[in-house]
Ligand binder design. Structure first.
Ligand code: ARG
Length: 463
């Protein structure tokens, strides 16, 4: 097939070079957006008297037919074409003759691809947003069911203080809520139209870029035509947002993997989200969580691949920029898959409250509360801290815990200790007396659940 740009060449492109150059096998994903962009462009050309109304109708008819035929499988992508833009334009010309050749007036593939990818990412980001909300909902529901489940909260992976499982889960809800707002924020900056930037310098035709922008649902136009064709910040921003989502999913995965181990046994994943071993009959492996953790590296890699591709290229368009697509497509698809497997995995996970509770009982995790007990009786915190430290040391030596040390043994450390200390250091009291905002206290967790619900109810479109 002759290239559209064949005019100034005397020889055909080498076959291997042609394949190397072609992006159709991945940018064909953007066929809908390419056609949408072209329809808006044709309408603008007609409105401005650059093409006739009749030609515009013919072009739209041709493009709509192509869209229908691709969607129902009648038209398949011909690998001869260099990219999706060339493919659709040459198909239009094959169907409509000279009229089809008028479409590319006052436009270049450079602004065309910049429009297509924005429209594509806007659609796909909307799906990511929906998936994030579904996950937040699954987390909120699990939290609601587990407000009474007490487990050790950890720092340095050492038992630190008692918390409820609801409180722990709600920390993840906060992360994913930030992710949703981060995504929206990136899309808000992306949603400006580069169409009409043409190759780089604009055009001599009396175009109406605002009209096209509005037709395509952009907030406005990009203010500089050189930036219009060379900006890929939005890909980097989205991939950064995706990387952060993956980092959150990966931390969550790591905890689920730990919690499912025999050493913790805090949760049991549903059979439908675990796999067995080919040799060890007893195994039930958290493969989905491990894969999510593993795929995080891939999404970080996509971000770094594009950042590195962009760092040395001069203005304006350079073919290096074609490398944006495989990276961003891989990144967005990976995030979508991970989010969509995660929500049902959380929803179907069984929480083993008794195991959590017994882990919380053995680790001196109420030592802070014991120090606070002395402080409330008038002792300075540093002194109380030291006395409780010595008490813990005695327990370890005698193979006891704070609950099993006798009052006499306590009194040897301080006269301020009374019988009520045992009530004060019970796990339930440790939770119910946490009254600060955002804390693990029962009331605070109720409020956090209500806040997450309010966030879910306030969901709106990404742009
Ligand atoms: N396939 C190209 C890309 O993805 C489209 C733009 C090509 N422009 C050009 N002047 N070669 O970036």
């Amino acid at each position: 097939m002759d290239k559209m740009w064949a005019g100034r060449f005397t020889k055909a492109l080498d076959k291997e070079a042609d394949d190397f150059n072609s992006s159709l096998h991945f940018d064909c994903k953007m066929f809908r957006q390419d056609i949408c962009g072209s329809i808006a462009h044709a309408q603008m050309l007609a409105k401005q008297g650059i093409i006739t109304a009749g030609d515009c109708e013919e072009i739209i008819d041709g493009l709509s037919g192509i869209l229908e035929d691709i969607e129902n499988g009648k038209l398949t992508f011909d690998n001869e074409a260099e990219d999706i833009h060339m493919f659709i334009e040459s198909e239009l010309t094959a169907r409509k003759g000279d009229v089809g050749k008028r479409l590319h007036t006052a436009r270049s593939r450079n602004d065309q691809v910049a429009v297509d990818i924005r429209l594509y990412l806007r659609d796909e980001a909307e799906k990511v947003n929906d998936l994030i909300y579904t996950l937040i909902e699954a987390i909120r529901d699990k939290a609601e069911e587990n407000q009474d489940a007490i487990l050790p909260g950890y720092t340095h992976l050492q038992r630190a203080q008692p918390i409820t499982f609801a409180h722990h889960l709600l920390a993840y809800a906060q992360m994913f809520m930030r992710d949703a707002t981060r995504l929206k924020d990136a899309v808000r900056r992306m949603n400006y139209s580069p169409l009409g930037s043409c190759a780089l310098s604009g055009t001599t035709y009396n175009t109406d870029r605002y009209f096209e922008a509005e037709k395509l649902g952009f907030y406005g136009i990009m203010g500089n035509s050189i930036d219009g064709v060379s900006d890929r910040d939005f890909c980097v921003e989205l991939m950064s947002a995706f990387s952060i989502i993956m980092m959150h999913l990966s931390r969550f995965s790591e905890e689920i993997i730990l919690w499912s181990s025999w050493e913790f046994k805090f949760v049991e994943l549903d059979d439908s989200y675990t796999t067995g071993s080919s040799i060890m009959p007893q195994k039930k492996n958290p493969d989905m969580a491990e894969l999510v953790r593993g795929k995080t590296g891939r999404v970080y890699g996509d971000l770094f691949a594009l950042l590195t591709s962009l760092k040395g290229i001069p203005l304006a368009y350079n073919k290096d920029m074609q490398e944006d697509k495989e990276a961003i497509f891989d990144s967005i698809e990976t995030v979508q898959k991970c989010l969509s497997i995660f929500a049902p995995m959380i929803a179907t996970m069984t929480v083993l409250k008794d195991n959590m509770y017994s882990a919380a009982q053995k680790g001196f995790i109420n030592a802070t509360d014991l120090a606070d007990y002395l402080v409330k009786k008038g002792m300075p915190f540093r002194t109380a801290y030291k006395i409780v430290g010595q008490t813990v040391a005695e327990c370890i030596e005698k193979n006891k815990v704070l609950e099993t040390l006798s009052l006499e043994e306590y009194k040897a450390h301080s006269e301020l200790f009374e019988e009520d200390l045992f009530h004060e250091i019970s796990l339930e009291t440790c939770i119910s007396t946490r009254i600060s905002a955002g804390s693990t206290g029962y009331e605070s967790v109720k409020k956090q659940i209500a806040d997450v619900t309010e966030f879910i109810n306030g969901k709106e479109s990404i742009y």
